[in-house]
Design a binder for this molecule. Structure first.
Ligand code: G1P
Length: 293
């Protein structure tokens, strides 16, 4: 099966980034000069995805506006001769075929994915990219690595990473058997366990390739951790009946859903930027020297 569709759920309240996210969806917070959602859509497109459903909250319209054309702004840029900026914003509106699915109330990641059921057909395989996770891998986007791996193993795949003990209770954790470099056969999954109950240090990161059978399971999935309908719980059921793998991708993952991760992402991306990278590096070195005196 060819993977052409992706779901990007971004409807959460963004509680960890309040008050900034009180009136701005967290996926619209900028990392240097682009909102988080831009990085995710870009990764999907660079991985061969053609259609994207973004699951948004009941009143969110900012993301929709971002990917729409802005005729007034375009006219203004022509008037002031900034054709470079014109090209940049035109690129955004032509990025992909994007549709929007409303999740009236954030009832969990599993529920958000279920909201996009009609966007995915019967017997399809689709991708999920979580709004909190930017994964930087310049030459080979994370999702593309996973799609390549899917083309070989033909099973469901979770993007995974080994994490430190203190981060375990914040992630879905995988029990599995290593098959080869990067590929693990998943035997069980547990959402945000206490350290002593965790089956390993291998954590679910915000990338998935899933068979559409998951929707039937999600419909029957009861609220789990935090009283929310958890995707991990549905995948735990799916891994008992279908081939299921974890893939330890190459790349740097930023959890931009919390303040420290968000600041680290901004620093790293600013250092990579053509226009400001050099000056910003100099500033950071001066700052470091000043504080270490
Ligand atoms: C979600 C998933 C969790 C996963 C994490 C990765 O949790 O439920 O299994 O490890 O994303 O970012 P959230 O961070 O949305 O609470």
């Amino acid at each position: 099966m060819i993977i052409k569709k992706a779901i990007i759920p971004v409807a959460g309240f963004g509680t960890r980034l309040l008050p900034a996210t009180k009136s701005i969806p967290k996926a619209m917070l900028p990392v240097v000069d682009k909102p988080v959602i831009h990085y995710l859509v870009e990764e999907a497109i660079f991985s061969g995805i053609e259609e994207i459903a973004i699951v948004i909250g009941a009143d969110q319209k900012e993301i929709n506006d971002y990917f729409e054309r802005s005729v007034e702004l375009e006219k203004h840029l022509i008037k002031i001769g900034r054709l470079d900026l014109l090209e940049a914003i035109e690129k955004i509106s032509g990025m992909a075929k994007i549709s929007y699915v409303k999740q009236d109330y954030p009832r969990g990641l599993g529920h958000a994915i279920l909201c996009a059921k009609d966007f995915i057909g019967q017997d399809e395989v689709f991708a999920v990219l979580l709004g909190d996770d930017i994964i930087y891998s310049l030459k080979n986007p994370c999702l593309l690595q996973m799609i390549n791996s899917y083309n070989e193993c033909k099973g469901n795949i979770i993007g995974a990473m080994y994490i430190a003990d203190e981060l375990i209770s914040l992630h879905g954790i995988i029990k599995g058997t290593k098959l080869s470099d990067g590929l693990i056969k998943v035997e069980d999954l547990v959402e945000k366990p206490d350290l002593k109950e965790a089956p390993s240090n291998l954590a679910v990161m915000g990338r998935y390739i899933i068979h559409s059978e998951v929707f039937d399971i999600l419909e029957k999935t009861e609220p789990g951790k935090g009283g929310e309908i958890q995707l991990t719980d549905a995948l735990k059921t799916l891994c008992k009946v279908q081939e299921f793998f974890a893939y330890t991708f190459e790349g740097v993952r930023y959890d931009v859903g919390n303040t420290l991760g968000y600041m680290i992402a901004n620093t790293d991306f600013a250092l990579e930027q053509k226009e400001i990278g050099k000056d910003y590096k100099k500033y950071l070195i001066d700052l470091f020297n000043k504080h270490s005196q």
